[in-house]
Design a binder for this molecule. Sequence first.
Ligand code: GLU
Length: 505
Amino acid sequence: MSERKVRVRFAPSPTGALHIGGVRTALYNYLFARQHGGELIFRIEDTDSTRFVPGAEEYIIESFKWLGIHFDEGVSFGGNHGPYRQSERRDIYKKYVNQLLEEGKAYIAFDTPEELDAKRNEIANFQYDASTRSMMRNSLTLSKEEVEQMIADGKQYVVRFKIEPNEDVHVNDMIRGDVVINSTILDDKVLYKSADELPTYHLANIVDDHLMEVTHVIRGEEWLPSAPLHVLLYRAFGWADSMPAFAHLPLLLKPDGKGKLSKRDGDRLGFPVFPLEWHDPKTGEVSSGYRESGYLPEAVINFLALLGWNPGNDQEIMTMDEMIRLFDITKCSKAGAKFDYVKGMWFNREYILMKDNKELVPAFAKILQENGIQATEEQMEAVIGMMKMKKINFIKDLWPLCDFFFTAPTQFDKTDKFIKKNWNEQAAADMAELLQILEAQEDFSVEALKQTIDTWAETNGKKPWNPWRVVLVGAGKGPDMYELAAFLGKEETLKRMRTALELLK
Ligand code: GLU
């Protein structure tokens, strides 16, 4: 068993946008697969047709493409364990349901919803299990002929798993250790419904994990209560020897207060809970996504990796390769992880700083375009280089900090604190003098400007930089003045100086 190749899967149900917690689950599966030289499968669990949402599958695939999480097999990726959409595997499940029925490990039940309701009213805390199944209408209480007749008459039925009571069921969890639950508390779960001829989640999940040779099941904590049932199903099928190891990941918690992270927390505090923007086809509601909000995928990945795991020291910035090397599923926390979205923004800032300026140009170009600005690649790259170390978390934060690179100030607010402090008759006279000096200046490189102006300032006891900022920027912001003038070039610099001297008279 130990020499089996590691195979893990991410198995979402296409019921809407992929929640950020699901992204973390997929990421941990990916890191685990990669570090073991194993394979990651993408399976679509769509046996509940009532919850199917069109577009969800495509959305999930696009999300992982953006995030850089690659699957080795599965829906849209190919592979030889398919089909990978559960709705296309009906015949397979039918065969395994019949196997359990034939071996007496499952039974057919005809109880209608009304009959079940009636029983619930009659018996407090009613559960369909070893203590009650003898009172119900099923293949254990009816004769073989009656059952066959009812099926022939087209009566709807379900197949239930026959759980033996009073047994301690052990779930071997890589994070939580040996989790023990007594089978008496479990009910005879429905495995199959004749109405839609489809298995339920539990049966399809186990059959597929087995047939797809899954070795480790890494999934959210919300599935832990189902795990004992899954262990019993593995055994009922005779697959105990190849049962996967489980890892139930800690919940993602609200950034503030207690409880599970929800979409409402995101709306309330202003952060996305989905990787990409999502347009709900039923309600028309649009929910924000990390991509559209200006996050770099690397930053989102790094942020998520540390929600429930850390490398054991205080290293926070890690490349995917480092994470693959350092990740340890057994060191994941059992306790929930607070979704510190402010930290997420910090990661984005760090990744913007680390990124090559050229790679940030497309995002910046989009922001400029929205503001009606045309600029060359070189100009954009230069501005990003001068400004990205300022207080920004997103590329869009650059715009208010750098609009003046692209548009000359046309108004000067004399009540503005910076202008008030730095503009007076002396400043105006100095700028008129500087204008003359610069008219004669041929070389507008940072070094040449610095040489000329520093020398002039020093020999004449001038401090021209703030007044110069007033005329070129119109406010107390921006980069080093020599860098700005070099960026603007001679013509634009002189033009701005002349206009400002006129307007500020
Ligand atoms: N289809 C389940 C989900 O939507 C998969 C749970 C599992 O990984 O077993 O999360």
